[in-house]
Ligand binder design. Structure first.
Ligand code: SAM
Ligand code: SF4
Length: 332
């Protein structure tokens, strides 16, 4: 049987779903949350693992092949390893990955690998303890570094470290991160800072991808790496000996032309685009005994057909429009 394909209104093949399993987090990154955290969802509002698995089964039957678990911090949700094991057992999932802040990884990397997780992305914006505490409001750099080491020891490959580049905060560490990529033979990806928490967003803090590549290119010979199915919107380069670096420019429009994803928030909202607030409530369908898999399927298909061609973020910012994005709820 051939897998049905999900194609959106702009002929993009949609085969990737990001699932946020919680809006809770043990860090308070300045660009993501205020110091006291965001107002948390009521536990009853958060989809249960059974509900998430039901959605995943329908999505995979429709043509979703890759699933990424995110949050909030996915590793703070109890039972996450067992959930991942059940998810990985769904026939048709070709790639199961996780985005984490890495703080709990040193204890969990081995069990996550055994549960069938294929890949890990770890978010780390600085290698300096004081700057880490300034960005995340928690003194936990060492636990993240231990987490990266544990992920390597558990055999995860590739391991990707995601760095949000911010002028005046960590832009002086670009080459330190490139060295880390070479030393550990991992991939370090620099992500342009996005206007998620509007009250925090400072346009001047954005370090454009081209500028980052220039800094790296001044010290290292970069060879464009072959695009892989898991590269997504990242431009990846090999370093001379080992390790890779990449840049992701979410603010540029070419990002959208290759978009293959749909998102599910922790409270069960389907979303076609990170930056467009239109959502469909899947929880209502999941919790209505009169509705079934067909309705889930229809909601998924409709969300995909409603995916915008692009986020048009630059224009929207110029016109003063807010995108009202809470990354910890929608899942970055
Ligand atoms: N807690 C996990 C983590 O930090 O990896 C998963 C959720 S977090 C919302 C996912 C990613 O979104 C992180 O890599 C984080 O750095 C990124 N992120 C959050 N706010 C951002 C912003 N304003 N600009 C760019 N990336 C952002
Ligand atoms: Fe937590 Fe990730 Fe948001 Fe940082 S970016 S506060 S680690 S959810």
């Amino acid at each position: 049987m051939t897998t049905p394909r999900l194609i959106d209104a702009f002929s993009r093949k949609i085969n990737y779903m990001r699932i946020s399993v919680t809006d809770r987090c043990n860090l308070r990154c300045v660009y993501c949350m205020p110091p006291e955290g965001l107002k948390l969802m009521d536990h009853r509002e958060v989809l249960s693992y059974e509900e998430l698995l039901r959605v995943a089964r329908v999505a995979v039957a429709l043509g979703i092949q890759k699933i990424r678990i995110t949050g909030g911090e996915p590793l703070v949700r109890r039972g996450i390893t067992e959930f991942i094991a059940k998810l990985s057992a769904i026939e048709g999932i070709q790639d199961l990955s996780l985005t984490t802040n890495g703080t709990l990884l040193s204890k969990m990397a081995g069990e996550l690998k055994s549960a069938g997780l294929n890949r890990i992305n770890i978010s780390l914006d600085t290698l300096r303890r004081d700057v880490f505490e300034k960005i995340t409001r928690v003194d936990a750099l060492q636990s993240v570094l231990d987490g990266i080491a544990a992920a390597k020891a558990a055999g995860f490959d590739p391991i990707k470290v995601n760095v949000v580049a911010m002028r005046g905060v960590n832009d002086g560490e670009i080459l330190d991160f490139v060295k880390l990529a070479a030393d550990l033979d991992i991939e370090v990806r620099f992500i342009e800072y996005m206007p998620s928490r509007e009250e925090f967003w400072e346009k001047n803090a954005l370090v454009p991808a081209e500028e980052i590549l220039k800094v790296i290119g001044s010290a290292f010979a970069l060879t464009p790496a072959r695009r892989e199915a898991t590269s997504g919107p990242c431009r990846v380069f090999s370093l001379p000996q080992r390790g890779r670096v990449g840049v992701i420019s979410p603010l540029s429009e070419h990002f959208c032309g290759d978009c293959n994803r749909v998102r599910l928030t922790a409270d069960g909202k389907l979303r076609g685009c990170l930056f467009v607030s239109r959502e469909r409530d899947l929880k209502e369908i999941l919790r209505n005994p009169a509705l079934g898999e067909r309705e889930i399927e229809e909601a998924l298909k409709a969300t995909i057909m409603e995916k915008p061609e692009g986020h048009k973020l630059s224009e929207r910012q110029d016109s003063g429009e807010k995108c009202g994005l809470a990354m910890s709820r929608v899942g970055g």
